[in-house]
Design a protein around this ligand. Structure first.
Ligand SMILES: Cc1ncc(COP(=O)(O)O)c(C=O)c1O
Length: 369
């Protein structure tokens, strides 16, 4: 039997085996999944797929053999996606959510010390993923209006191995114009990852650029517009030779049977997704207009399924909302986001609950914005 002392030593030795770079990280944090009045903190789609579709999918699921691995290279799903985007199947790589594919890119590309450009404020996982793989982060801060600083970007792009961009961006909701992406692609010998997680809600897809730029990789997901965050499905679209190399480092069977079935089913009913996207986009405008009328907050125009807003008293508003069962996202303590919160566009009922609660809370906030 080990004494407590010996097991402490053993634990310390075991911990020493974990890379110091990993131990130094704070890690990704996410709020617990709670049942609340309005869960508007993770940019999830408020519309679940219809019950009768779920029944059909579950019946199909009952008929297939669970002990068997799913397809290694799921041709049916890739074929549907390829047809949708008018690309070839070999330009598509599927993943267990687009986050897994971000890690795949980092593991395939970054040798410790390689330069990777990130443009804060942007998707927080970019920074974490690059640190895990020990890339050297070159932060090219966005300008005051959250647009890219192209004067700083172009010289930096010339030496970077990897450039991580997101449009519409999270948490700002701003779109990066495609002509800026084109200039970056023309001025780098590195790979450019263009995250289109929210592209169905606004902005333009970079798909037309794929033909001219083999160094462009587009990342997309079923988590937002399709409302399948719980099933974990993302995909990359890129040059076939680049996709083939990345596939070599991918985890085999990373898309499970149930996810494959459901995604195939939804791709045959894409009009359902289109309708809900339209609804969310029109509700986003209504929510924005109402938020603008509240003097203690200032919403930023967004092309995604969420709205970033400045507050004159962030803690009071965040806590007041939470106490009323309305969850929004605190997007951090560093400028330029230190006074900001982010709210997901929910159902009209959820948006109303959010607005009513903010109006009630700000009655006790003296400073108008
Ligand atoms: C910019 C961006 N990319 C990717 C993701 C995650 O996508 P997935 O659920 O496919 O891993 C998110 C999730 O919030 C996101 O904001």
């Amino acid at each position: 039997m080990d004494t407590p002392m010996r097991s402490n030593n053993a634990l310390n030795s075991a911990l020493q085996c974990i890379k110091p770079e990993i131990r130094a990280l704070a890690g990704y944090t996410a709020p617990p999944q709670e049942t609340v009045v309005a869960k508007l903190n993770q940019n999830e789609n408020p519309y679940d797929i219809p019950q009768d579709w779920k029944t059909v999918i579950l019946q199909k699921m009952q008929q297939i053999k669970w002990p068997l691995y799913p397809e290694y290279n799921p041709g049916s799903l890739k074929n549907r996606l390829a047809q949708w985007f008018n690309v070839n199947e070999d330009q598509i790589l599927l993943g267990h959510g687009s986050n897994q594919l971000l890690y795949l890119i980092c593991t395939s590309v970054i040798v410790p010390g390689d330069s990777v450009i990130i443009t804060p404020p942007t998707f927080s996982l970019f920074d974490l993923a690059v640190r895990i793989f020990q890339g050297r982060i070159l932060n090219i801060d966005k300008q005051n209006n959250f647009s890219l600083d192209m004067d700083a970007m172009i010289p930096a792009a010339k030496t970077a191995k990897l450039i991580l961009l997101c449009s519409p961006d999270n948490p700002t909701g701003i779109v990066i114009p495609l002509d800026q992406l084109t200039s970056i692609l023309q001025n780098t010998r590195g790979l450019v990852i263009w995250d289109e997680a929210y592209t169905e809600f606004g902005g333009k897809s970079a798909l037309p650029l794929l033909e001219d730029y083999p160094n462009l990789i587009i990342s997309r997901t079923f988590s937002k517009a399709f409302g399948l965050a719980g099933l974990r499905l993302g995909y990359l679209i890129g040059h076939p030779d680049i996709i083939r190399e990345l596939q070599k480092a991918n985890i085999p069977y990373n898309v499970n049977l149930f996810t494959l079935l459901t995604a195939n089913y939804l791709l045959d009913h894409r009009e359902w997704m289109d309708q809900h996207v339209k609804k969310i986009v029109s509700d986003r405008q209504k929510l924005f207009d109402q938020m603008q009328k509240i003097p203690q907050i200032k919403p930023f125009i967004s092309e995604a399924n969420f709205i970033l807003f400045k507050t004159s008293d962030k803690k009071k508003i965040f806590d007041g909302l939470k106490a009323r069962g309305i969850l929004v996202r605190d997007v951090g303590n560093k400028p330029p986001l230190d006074c900001c919160l982010r709210v997901t566009v929910g159902t009209p009922r959820e948006n109303k609950a959010f607005l009513n609660a903010v109006e009630e809370i700000v009655k006790t906030v003296e400073k108008p914005f």
